[in-house]
Ligand binder design. Structure first.
Ligand SMILES: Cc1cc2nc3c(=O)[nH]c(=O)nc-3n(C[C@H](O)[C@H](O)[C@H](O)COP(=O)(O)OP(=O)(O)OC[C@H]3O[C@@H](n4cnc5c(N)ncnc54)[C@H](O)[C@@H]3O)c2cc1C
Length: 419
């Protein structure tokens, strides 16, 4: 076939002439909106770029079609980024990370410790694997990218809720069954500290608490209310502070399930009576799991307090809300207020100034309620509701009340069936 480019001046003229009746038909034949101009050069046809969205507005797809992944799936560009797989065949030893798994998901603290476990294996050498030991309900879906080589999920009624005795018995069984080099726990109020102390007593080990700089040889722990550092030989059981190491972010791991044979649990002396209702505002801000935070976009303060009560959220505020006298200074979130670590942070009428953002850096999921779709808080948020704060909080309270009443009637129905 000849290489000579055959030009069709009429077609080119129609493509250039947007008012020609055949313009669309010819323009659409041109792949990628490119056309050979009268000088023989390839020219981009700017009007071809983009498409008309469902609301009639022209949209330009800057991802060049990569955004056309099915709904609910990540775009193909994101799917293509496959982290290298770190494989461990027939491990010689294990480092056990007993995760807090607050709400069934790995916390940032758990992930830092998984990162430390890999650092210790790299220093120690040999064929070691990191095991995440999990109790109760597990909702986490990304053990692989968090650095988990093996996953030991110890499930069953005996391990639900606050069940330290059963859990320690299971961990002692793990110690007997697997070649464990080290036990790593988060030094936290979510159970890590309690369980680690009990396991240490059971195994006759002297654990390191508040550890924050660890290598195979020595451990530096915080002591005397964090006013001094204590250096000692690295023990077998460590209770670690947050940011003791970097979380894994460059490798993918197998997260292969492993099992535990024959855990015999004796009758517990501690009985978990379930959670007690507490005043959410009595929870220290830095420890609150669910915060409803108010900014300059709140105009009905009585409604804001009612909404926090209905949702069962701890109240927070931006500095403007505090400076204007609507909220106490102790509620201020941000660089000059409290740095919070909530699982969910609802920012109502808060623009997202850098000083405020510093305070919510460790929040898991941010929900923004704001009239400005372009504000920084909306950019940071996992979910945004664009609208007036008063209207949206009103609707939210209504939905919560409806949800509560249906769950109460469902429970009553279940109880009557059971009777
Ligand atoms: C040294 C220094 C330290 C600081 N430290 C802190 C700190 O620790 N914490 C902190 O928060 N700030 C701090 N600031 C202040 C910070 O810079 C911002 O001024 C402050 O965070 C802004 O608060 P805001 O978002 O509530 O108010 P604005 O910036 O006024 O934003 C109000 C937001 O509400 C939205 N809005 C308005 N009306 C409605 C409505 N009806 N419904 C819904 N949304 C609406 C607007 O679109 C806007 O996004 C500090 C500043 C300095 C200089």
């Amino acid at each position: 076939m000849s290489d000579i480019i055959r030009r069709d001046p009429r077609a080119e003229w129609i493509i250039r002439n947007r008012l020609h009746p055949l313009h669309d038909q010819y323009a659409n034949q041109e792949e990628g909106g490119e056309v050979r101009g009268p000088s023989g050069l390839l020219r981009k046809f700017p009007h071809k770029v983009g498409f008309i969205g469902p609301n009639g507005i022209k949209r330009i797809d800057r991802l060049k079609g990569n955004s056309s992944a099915p709904k609910g799936k990540r775009s193909s560009a994101a799917q293509e980024v496959q982290l290298p797989l770190h494989k461990v065949d027939s491990p010689e030893y294990y480092i056990m990370v007993v995760a807090d798994l607050v709400g069934g998901r790995l916390t940032g603290h758990d992930k830092d410790i998984l990162g430390l476990a890999h650092k210790l294996i790299a220093e120690r050498g040999g064929n070691g694997a990191v095991v995440a030991v999990c109790f109760g309900e597990v909702k986490e879906e990304h053990f692989d990218t968090a650095g988990v080589d093996r996953l030991l999920h110890i499930d069953g009624e005996a391990f639900e809720g606050y069940s330290p005795e059963a859990r320690v018995q299971a961990l002692a069984q793990v110690e007997a069954q697997y070649p464990v080099k080290q036990w790593l726990f988060p030094d936290s109020i979510h159970g890590g500290c309690d369980l680690a102390s009990r396991l240490a007593a059971r195994l006759g080990e002297r654990p390191a608490t508040q550890a924050w700089q660890v290598n195979v040889e020595q451990t530096v722990s915080r002591g005397a209310s964090a006013s001094l550092d204590i250096t000692r030989k690295t023990p077998k059981i460590l209770m670690l502070l947050e940011e003791c190491a970097d979380a894994i972010d460059e490798t993918r791991h197998e997260a292969t399930p492993i099992t535990l044979d024959g855990v015999s649990v004796t009758a517990p002396t501690i009985q978990d009576q379930g959670l007690m209702d507490v005043d959410p505002n009595a929870i220290p801000m830095a420890e609150a799991e669910f915060i409803l935070s108010a900014g300059n976009g709140i105009h009905n303060w009585d409604q804001f307090h009612d909404a926090a009560k209905v949702l069962g959220a701890t109240e927070g505020a931006s500095r403007v809300a505090v400076d204007d006298g609507f909220m106490p200074r102790s509620r201020q979130v941000g660089a000059t207020g409290t740095w919070v670590t909530a699982r969910v942070y609802i920012a109502v009428g808060i623009s997202g100034a850098i000083q405020h953002m510093q305070g919510i850096g460790q929040v898991d999921k941010v929900v923004a309620i704001n009239t400005d779709a372009g504000c920084d808080m909306v950019k940071r948020a996992a979910l945004s509701v664009i609208g007036d704060s008063e209207e949206i909080l009103g609707e939210l309270m209504k939905l919560t009340a409806e949800h509560k009443s249906t769950s109460v009637s469902d429970q009553a129905e279940e109880d009557s069936h059971a009777a």
